[in-house]
Design a protein around this ligand. Structure first.
Ligand code: NDP
Length: 430
């Protein structure tokens, strides 16, 4: 870690992992030499993204792709377009992705990438040109058997379509398996947009079942109102729960009778905020503060990192919250996790709870390789099986290595590490 002294997100994540795997190494001393190799990405690619804005001015951003670990299969992980993107954030997300992908049981390695651009400030034409310039450099580093990027914050199926379009033009042939999260017409899997949000709710339902509870009648706060959040809300409601609050980067909304997801999606789709949505609703109240200070039984942070700090965690505990499951990557800070743990609030780590998206991306790779298209019902059934098996793997490792089947954070780290360490050991020192 001394090699990169200013990478705080990445260091915090590595430290968390190291704390969890001590008991695994006692049982498997043969994996000890894997640890140092695991913390060093196989490859870090940093590149210039030049493009021309609508005024004719040449602009430049930084693109990054971290190919972290390919022991289990091709690097797999999303592309994030956001002003906050830097090497620290992408290494943190890439490190998480290695273990998340292992937990899905699919044969995929871990990677992550993105650019420090704010897509919301770009016109449609500018964003397409940006994606094409980004893809021009990315193309030489990816491929169906090498590295298979998908979307993440700021990168949806439209942007993946544009990136894939430029890639296809450069390589000169069709290779749909080189990207996932594509539009359906280009070979995108049914249910890929829904998968992370739906998967997080399937995982949450398993957590609640262990407590003898379910979502029927539960009051749920879901932060964010982007891809993951909206589909998580949809599945919460389909499971009998009420979404009593949500948020976006501009504020939050409380609506005790339940958020209307279709109405929210429409407002967000037109570039509006949750406050604009609240204005149209008789029982909704907008605020500048966090959604996690609301009364709720279940909290699903689905927006971004560090949304739940000590203050929000204490509020959740005071309100008697049963379970917090991470739909986003790293939304609950280490201090907040400690507060939840001490209060006995169930915690579902993102590594496991939000792995549904990458799991369906792996199913998209399978469909593209076999030139098949599976129905939404078929993919949903497989997703539920994958999330259930991931939960079992995590709970069993928590019990075996940490003596507590509810300690899913340590369980996820231990179970993910075991699968990657076994693959790395089998490959020899590479
Ligand atoms: P989107 O860009 O679609 O949505 C992000 C949402 O979070 C937006 O509504 C945004 O607000 C909101 N937001 C951003 N910052 C804040 C903040 N500080 N407080 C409250 N809300 C905020 O991204 P996704 O839904 O795709 O991703 C969300 C999270 O899930 C990320 O951490 C991502 O890494 C993770 N994830 C995503 C996967 C996927 O399949 N998409 C897979 C696994 C993890 P606004 O609408 O105002 O922009």
């Amino acid at each position: 870690l001394r090699r990169d002294p200013h990478q705080d997100f990445f260091h915090a994540d590595v430290r968390g992992m190291l704390r969890s795997i001590g008991p695994v190494l006692v049982e498997h001393p043969e994996y000890a030499d894997v640890v140092g190799r695991l913390c060093e990405p196989e490859r870090v690619i940093v590149f210039r993204v030049p493009w021309t804005d609508d005024a004719g001015t040449v602009r430049v951003n930084r693109g990054i792709r971290v190919q972290f670990n390919s022991a289990l299969g091709p690097y797999k992980g999303g592309l994030r377009f956001a002003p906050s993107v830097d090497l620290d954030v992408i290494k943190f997300l890439g490190f998480e992705q290695v273990f998340k992908n292992a937990l899905t049981g699919q044969d995929i390695g871990g990677g992550k990438g993105g650019a420090d651009v704010d897509p919301k400030t770009l016109s449609t034409g500018e964003l397409m040109r940006f994606c094409q310039s980004f893809a021009t450099e990315l193309a030489r580093h990816v491929g169906a058997a090498v590295d298979v990027p998908a979307g993440d914050m700021g990168v949806g199926s439209r942007e993946i379509g544009w990136i894939y379009g430029q890639y296809q033009r450069l390589i000169g042939y069709h290779e749909p398996g080189a990207f996932t999260g594509k539009p359906a017409v280009l070979g995108g899997s049914a249910l890929r947009p829904e998968a992370t949000g739906f998967g997080a709710v399937y995982f949450t339902r398993r957590m609640l079942a262990e407590q003898g509870r379910d979502l029927d009648g539960a009051r749920v706060v879901v932060s964010g109102s982007g891809n993951v959040a909206l589909f998580a809300m949809e599945k919460v409601i389909a499971s009998g729960g009420t979404v009593v609050g949500c948020s976006d980067s501009r504020g939050s909304v409380a609506e005790p009778d339940g958020v209307d997801v279709d109405a929210l999606r429409e407002v967000k789709g037109q570039g509006g905020s949750v406050a604009d949505y609240a204005e149209k609703r008789s029982n909704a109240t907008a605020s500048d503060g966090s959604a996690f200070t609301l009364d709720c039984d279940v909290a699903l942070p689905c927006a971004t990192q560090n949304e739940i700090g000590p203050e929000e965690a204490r509020a959740l505990v005071d309100h008697g919250c049963w379970v917090v499951a991470e739909g986003a990557n790293g939304p609950v800070t280490p201090e907040a996790r400690e507060i939840l743990r001490e209060a006995g609030v169930g915690f579902g780590p993102g590594k496991a709870a939000n792995s549904g998206g990458v799991a369906v991306s792996a199913l998209e790779m399978q469909q593209n390789a076999g030139r098949e298209r599976w129905s939404g019902e078929d993919v949903d059934e497989r997703l539920q099986t994958i999330m259930g098996e991931a939960f079992d793997r995590v709970r069993d490792a928590a019990e075996r290595y940490h003596g507590d089947p509810t300690d899913l954070e340590n369980g996820a780290n231990a179970a993910g590490f075991l699968r990657v360490a076994e693959a790395m050991t089998s490959l020899g020192v590479v």
